[in-house]
Design a protein. Structure first.
Length: 366
């Protein structure tokens, strides 16, 4: 029996009548751009994530870019980005005309190492991209302390953290502004590209809306030159259906993680994810660390168990960031990328699947 890393078709079958109705209602009304499905999803998602405002956009990378642009930082500001993330977290900074400065990650939950963040701050530093990597909120209180000392903005990258909580509050509006991706494989995924921006700041929300919709305040009245980055009606309708199931799905991810954690705690060759006591981890990914990563991955593949690596090349080591000269920096991120392995995780896994993964990992180490 194969264990899949992701199974979107199985998820669709579990909610097919609701999804089909939602899609056809948009087609029947021809409400492809904007409309009630969008405004309804935006207000439901803002409420779900404990935020005041939500602006739907075309994808998670645009969400980051538009959020940064809306902050109106001085041109060529330095923005701190964690060295282990998906490239979007850094790309958006450069696209907005700012400079990426990578800071290291810690080795217990792989989010920003605050000691290294402080070292990277200089008078040109204006913001920090707080990535809640793998679904675990980073140390937001610690970042707020640093940010207030140096007058920095905090942009949360929540692309992997739908439903995650920090001290009882959902992520997304814990900093100045937050960006979400609804790429199909995320915890809350559309049937194509989609994204959203959250904030408690009304002025920022309005600016994001204007930027994402051609700078318009009216159909042909354009305040500024903006761009076209909208969340379309069909995607919004699909997301509204899936949002109703998200809490249950995140709970199932936590249940699976508990099974993994207790089954693997006696294995001295692997480092398990450390869950901070004050968070609800969204477990987009369950990432372990081992020196025998490649052999373990091969062993699991031979047993038809799919795994992933997030990410195989730390951002400072990518060709795209050669120009920054941070590849030789002694950062943990620059060598941990060879040890990280993502095990199957998601509500698609049955109890038998979980047992199969557990048995396969144990048989490798014993
Ligand atoms: C997926 C992801 C993004 C980008 O989202 P897209 O919707 O694919 O543009 C940004 N940051 C992180 C951490 C991600 O995992």
């Amino acid at each position: 029996m194969a264990v899949k890393f992701l199974d979107l078709y199985k998820q669709y079958l579990s909610i097919k009548p609701e999804i089909d109705t939602a899609i056809f209602s948009i087609i029947e009304r021809s409400a492809y751009i904007g409309g009630v499905s969008l405004t309804e999803f935006e207000s439901n998602f803002a409420a779900f994530q404990d935020s005041s405002y939500c602006v739907g956009v075309a994808n998670g990378t645009d969400a980051l870019e538009i959020a940064i642009e809306a902050l109106n930082l001085p041109t060529a500001s330095e923005i701190i980005v964690p060295a282990n993330s998906f490239i979007s977290s850094a790309e958006a900074v450069t696209r907005c005309g700012h400079k990426v400065v990578f800071a290291d990650i810690n080795s217990h939950n792989y989010t920003l190492d605050l000691i290294d963040v402080e070292k990277k701050i200089n008078p040109n530093t204006k913001a920090i991209i707080a990535v809640h990597l793998y679904g675990q909120p980073c140390d937001i209180d610690g970042l707020h302390n640093i940010a207030s000392k140096h007058d920095l903005r905090i942009i949360e990258d929540c692309a992997q953290a739908h439903g995650a909580e920090y001290k009882g509050k959902r992520v997304g509006a814990l900093g100045d502004i937050g960006a979400f991706s609804f790429y199909p494989g995320k915890n809350l995924g559309a049937y194509g590209d989609a994204g959203a921006i959250l904030t408690h700041n009304e002025e920022l929300a309005i600016r994001c809306r204007i930027i994402s919709n051609h700078g318009r305040i009216d159909k042909y009245n354009h305040l500024i030159e903006g761009r076209n980055s909208r969340l379309d009606g069909i995607q919004a309708a699909i997301l509204a259906v899936k949002l109703k199931h998200l809490d249950k799905w995140v709970s199932r991810r936590n249940e699976i993680s508990k099974a993994y954690l207790s089954a693997f705690k006696s294995l001295s060759d692997i480092n398990l994810p450390v869950i901070e006591s004050h968070v609800r981890h969204a477990f987009h990914l369950f990432v372990i660390r081992t020196q025998k990563r490649d052999l373990l991955q091969k062993h699991l593949a031979e047993r038809d168990i799919e795994t992933g690596i997030h990410y195989p090349i730390a951002l400072p080591l990518l060709k795209a960031y050669d120009y920054l000269g941070q590849s030789n920096e002694k950062m943990k991120a620059n060598y941990l990328d060879k040890q990280l392995l993502s095990l199957p995780m998601g509500e698609h896994l049955t109890d038998d699947d979980v047992i199969e993964v557990i048995d396969a990992v144990r048989s490798f180490f014993n």
